[in-house]
Design a binder for this molecule. Sequence first.
Ligand SMILES: C[S@@+](CC[C@H](N)C(=O)[O-])C[C@H]1O[C@@H](n2cnc3c(N)ncnc32)[C@H](O)[C@@H]1O
Length: 262
Amino acid sequence: MGSERDKAHRQWYRIIAKHYDALCGPSYVSKAYPFLIDIMRRRGPVKDVLDPACGTFALDIPLVRRGYHIVGRDLSPDMLRVARENVSKARQTADLGIGDMRTLRLGRTFDAVLCLGTAFNYLWSLGDARKALRTFHMHLRRGGVLVLDVTNFDAWIKSPKNVLVQNDYRAEDGTRIAIYALNEQDLATGTHLARMITAVQGKERLDIAVDEALLKIWTKETLAGALRNAGFRPVEWWGDLRLGIRYQRSRSPRLIVVAVRD
Ligand SMILES: C[S@@+](CC[C@H](N)C(=O)[O-])C[C@H]1O[C@@H](n2cnc3c(N)ncnc32)[C@H](O)[C@@H]1O
């Protein structure tokens, strides 16, 4: 990373990290939990898990409570700060740290890798995506399972949501958060440009971020091809981080693949 765009987007996480979980809403975690447990049980045995872009770790905490050992890494120090607070509030412990999924080398393997919530889309060049898939492969035992959750841009392109008030939210402490999104897809390069104007009005200060993030557009076919080239066998496709939602190209909000490491 390191471009002006990436720096600006890191600034976005700086002002939003504290409110990130509230913006996602409690149902994000409560619906993802049975979905993830189901996969890990069916594709197990799973005990040791790597989340290479863990964000606030909110999705992982119920799994840690359930006895899974989860190592979390993320590029954003601000998201990690909230992750540490979340772990401490839950009275749990977890190995958390800064890491870049393109270059992470922990020198050990896991039973599962969970890369959730659009993080993989941030790797907008095929070269970077391949580097991350190599990281996931190196950190999985043979037969281990990768759960990769990306935005389903096929549905987005069919029904564009390119200009929208993404959030207009008032937190319990009175903080007001407004996010206005102006998106654009470039089908020639297979990228989605997410532009956001974000305002966080606290009691004493107003933070404003104007930033953009470039995301890679994946289809079921391109993702399956990239996974096979990286030594994975795609075995399941789902349309949301919820139990039992089959993938439908023109409707699903998410494109989720479960792949086994050869
Ligand atoms: C939309 S958040 C999702 C966080 C979490 N996985 C979830 O679903 O709640 C995307 C996360 O990916 C992280 N990220 C982006 N690029 C990354 C990279 N190259 N390596 C590690 N983390 C990255 C961001 O810092 C951010 O925390």
